[in-house]
Every structure is written in structure tokens, then in C-alpha cells.
Design a protein around this ligand. Structure first.
Ligand SMILES: [Fe+2]
Length: 471
């Protein structure tokens, strides 16, 4: 009896430990994997599968099998297995529907359920599915949100044995803690997705005011993120940069069409009005509640017009006073403006756009950030540049251009005499860069909820060669 008691106490301790560990995991994919791993460890099961309830079926989210060395789903990416219909003939569906635990010593000897699935799997892999413990995962509202299926309990000698009865309730309790952790992780992931799509939708509303800037916020975001990745920015900070970049121009909502859409030079008064967009951006964003980890978003977004030498606006910050993300975004923002078509001009030759960045290093831009930009693979730059335009990129072009950085490409452009290989790089890049954009083609900014833009016919019409044919 003493021995029995001791074991039970140990198991309860283990359960507690697992429960605490599960609630600490916020990433849904990793959490699902961990649940299966911990439950298998607890019961010494060779294999396990986790199903999530999705409407009228069960979706297989994680598959683990030590003997077959299988680790699928969860953080290893989505599984592409057929869903299980919620019909009581299938054991996992039965458990989901009834909320009961089912413990079967040998599935091949069982007549209770349809085990065609495991038998087919066994025939295919040479595995032998024998003992099975299937438990519902119920959250605090007693809703079954998933099913945990443990397969082939192993004795200390490694033989397949039935799951001990005492595990039925213990694993059920573990599965319930897991369900609550899933609910939380799901909620966090849903909120993040909603926030992300909301930011993107806001960005597309401002981009939509002017067909020529369509996709500007999106592209600036992509350039900034590409630079930040190269800079080794951790994922939490990438989210700050992403939202700040999406919204950096949002204050343009407060600038009149007459100024925002004016082709040609602005008067100094109009210029001041256009500049005020940064202050509006900051003001609007400061009214949004950002959780702690995103608190810097308004500050980063509001500093994208600051210059490295302190001559920018609105605060005239310099160098390290400007948030790092804003210093990256500043390069991205100018580059996108230069390489976009305008009603009164075509795309600037890429060589010129890159020289402006190079020459601005140390005055307008932080030289370190210009170096980051010049360190990007050319294929990545091109993919962002061409985003939303007709036709995709040829994989062969992507392959060739991925081996060259923007900086190396710039050096090639500066050369008088180019090798055949260098010519090839220039040719592959220019094929896309020099294409005319059809402003009416509806190149709406990508994404979850892009707005339908109204084209403005007749602004840029009639192709024609690039001025001087220079790149
Ligand atoms: Fe901008």
C-alpha cells in the first residue's frame, strides 16, 4: 500500500509539473507537440496522435511515433492528413462525441470500432498498433476541443503492454490542463492575427488614396523586415518593426488630397502640411492601446522622417537617438519612393536610386543601415519591388539573382566594362524593373483584406522606352 501511495504521489507531482510547463508555452505549434510528448512520457507510450475538433470533423494536428522515427505537425509544420468525420464508428470521434475515455488492450482483437485506418497504416509502415488509450481534451467549460490518442504502452523491458487503468483518469486530467493551455495559445494567436490584419488593412486604406503609392506601406514593411532579419533582430522586435512600418504613413489620412496627390512640386506651405503627416501618425497611434511588447510601435513609426545628421523632423533626432527600426525604415521609405512611378515621372533608374542611398549614408541615413540594405540578396529586393505587379518572377531569374547582393549589383552597374556574367545579371534584373506598370490592372496591395482600388485612367499611359535607356 505504501508503495502504491508513493507512486501515486509521484505521478501527481509529474502531472503538476507538466501542467505548469504547458501553460508557459505560448506558441500553439510547440504546445501541441509538447502535449503529445509529455503524455507519452507519462504513460510510456511509443506513439501518439493529437486531434483537434474542427466543426464536423477531427483534424490531425500532431503525429509522433518513436519506432518509426516520425515527428509530424505542431511546430514541424501543418499536417496534410485526411480529417476524421465525427462519427462514433471511429474511436477518436467516439471519444470526442461522448467525452469518455477508451482503453483498448489490442485494437486488432477489438470489434467495437472501425480500425481500418490503423490497419492500413500498419500495412504501409510495418508497424503493429496494439494497445490504445484515447482521452478527450476538455477545457474549463467542459467543451471537448481535441482528442489525445496514445498508442502502444511499453513495459520497462520494451514490450507492448496494455495501458494501466490508473492512467485513464490521470491522463484525462493532463489532457484537460492541455486543453486550457490550447485555448489560451489559440486566443493569443487569434488576437495577433487579428491585430496584424487590422494593421495591414489600415495601411492599405492610406495607400489606396493614391494609386501610385498603392502597396507603398506594404513594400516599406517588407524592406524593413528583410533588413532587420539580416541584422539578426529577434522575432518580438520584428513585430514592432512590422506594425510600425505598416502604419508609418497613416497620418497621411489628415493631409488633403490637393496636397497628397499633387503632381509636381509643392509650395512650402503644402510641404509643411505634407510633413505634418508624421505628427498625425504619432498622434493617432498614441491613442491605440499597445500591449507592453508592442509599446514602441508609435515611437518607431513616428521617427521615420528623422535624419541621421539631425536635420529631419518632427524632433530633429540624430544618430542613436533615432530608434534602430526607424533608421532602417527611413532607408526603405526613401528607396520605395524613388523606385515608384509617379504621375509626372517614371521609375528612377535603379543605379540612380542606389546612388542616392549610398551618397546619403552619414547625412540622411545611418551608414550601417545603408550597408544592411546593400547586403540584401538582389532577388529579395526584386521580389519586393515587383510585388503586386502583373506576372511573377521566373524561378531561374530568382536563382541567379539570389547569389548577388544589392551592393554587388550596384558595383556592376557602376562598371563600364562588364563580363558576360555581369551582363546577364543586369539583363535578368532589368527585364522586370523596366516593365511598365499598368495602373489600371488593379495591383491592389496584397493581403488579408485589401481594398478594391479605383483606377485613375489616363495618368500614365503609353509606354515608351526608359529615359535614355539607362539603368
Ligand atoms: Fe512612407
Amino acid at each position: 500500500m505504501k508503495e502504491e501511495e508513493r507512486r501515486l504521489r509521484e505521478q501527481i507531482h509529474a502531472l503538476n509539473r507538466i501542467g505548469i510547463a504547458l501553460t508557459a508555452e505560448r506558441d500553439l505549434g510547440r504546445l501541441l507537440e509538447r502535449i503529445v510528448r509529455e503524455a507519452r512520457g507519462f504513460t510510456r507510450a511509443d506513439a501518439g496522435t493529437l486531434y483537434l475538433v474542427r466543426g464536423d470533423h477531427l483534424e490531425c494536428a500532431v503525429v509522433q511515433n518513436d519506432t518509426l522515427a516520425v515527428q509530424m505537425g505542431g511546430a514541424h509544420g501543418e499536417l496534410d492528413l485526411p480529417p476524421v468525420p465525427l462519427k462514433p464508428d471511429y474511436i477518436s470521434a467516439y471519444v470526442a462525441l461522448t467525452g469518455k475515455v477508451v482503453n483498448i488492450p489490442d485494437v486488432y482483437a477489438s470489434r467495437e470500432f472501425d480500425f481500418e485506418g490503423p490497419r492500413r497504416y500498419d500495412a504501409l509502415t510495418g508497424y503493429r498498433t496494439k494497445s490504445m488509450l484515447v482521452v478527450p481534451m476538455q477545457d474549463h467549460r467542459a467543451r471537448t476541443i481535441g482528442v489525445l490518442q496514445l498508442i502502444n504502452a511499453l513495459s520497462p523491458q520494451g514490450e507492448v503492454v496494455p495501458f494501466r487503468e490508473e492512467y485513464e483518469e490521470l491522463v484525462r486530467s493532463l489532457a484537460s490542463q492541455a486543453a486550457v493551455a490550447i485555448d489560451n495559445a489559440q486566443l493569443i494567436s487569434d488576437l495577433q492575427k487579428m491585430l496584424g490584419s487590422f494593421m495591414e488593412a489600415l495601411a492599405s486604406t492610406i495607400d489606396a488614396r493614391d494609386p501610385y503609392t498603392a502597396g507603398h506601406s506594404y513594400r516599406v514593411t517588407q524592406y524593413t523586415l528583410a533588413m532587420a532579419e539580416l541584422d539578426g533582430t529577434p522575432p518580438e522586435r520584428l513585430r514592432i518593426y512590422k506594425y510600425a512600418a505598416f502604419l508609418h504613413d497613416y497620418g497621411k489620412i489628415g493631409v488633403r488630397d490637393a496636397v497628397l496627390l499633387k503632381p509636381g512640386k509643392l509650395t512650402s506651405e503644402e510641404y509643411r502640411e505634407a510633413q505634418a503627416h508624421v505628427a498625425y501618425t504619432q498622434e493617432i497611434l498614441s491613442r491605440i492601446y499597445f500591449p507592453d511588447e508592442l509599446r514602441e510601435v508609435p515611437e518607431v513609426a513616428g521617427a521615420h522622417q528623422e535624419k541621421y545628421d539631425g536635420t529631419g523632423y518632427p524632433q530633429g533626432l540624430r544618430d542613436g537617438q533615432i530608434p534602430r527600426g526607424a533608421r532602417m525604415m527611413c532607408v526603405a521609405d526613401v528607396f520605395d519612393a524613388l523606385t515608384s512611378e509617379r504621375p509626372y515621372r517614371e521609375r528612377m533608374p535603379i543605379k540612380k536610386a542606389l546612388s542616392i542611398l549610398r551618397e546619403g549614408a552619414g547625412t540622411h541615413f545611418d551608414p550601417e543601415m545603408v550597408d544592411l540594405f546593400f547586403g540584401l540578396p538582389l532577388s529579395r529586393l526584386l521580389a519586393i519591388l515587383e510585388h503586386g505587379r502583373e506576372g511573377g518572377l521566373d524561378p531561374e531569374d530568382v536563382k541567379v539573382l539570389s547569389k548577388v547582393t544589392v551592393g554587388e549589383f550596384y558595383q556592376v552597374l557602376l562598371k563600364e566594362d562588364r563580363s558576360p556574367r555581369e551582363e546577364e545579371i543586369v539583363r535578368r534584373f532589368s527585364r522586370y524593373y523596366r516593365r511598365k506598370r499598368d495602373i489600371n490592372a488593379g495591383d491592389v496591395p496584397r493581403g488579408t483584406g485589401s481594398l478594391q482600388r479605383v483606377g485613375r485612367p489616363g495618368l500614365i499611359r503609353g509606354g515608351g522606352a526608359f529615359p535614355g535607356g539607362d539603368l
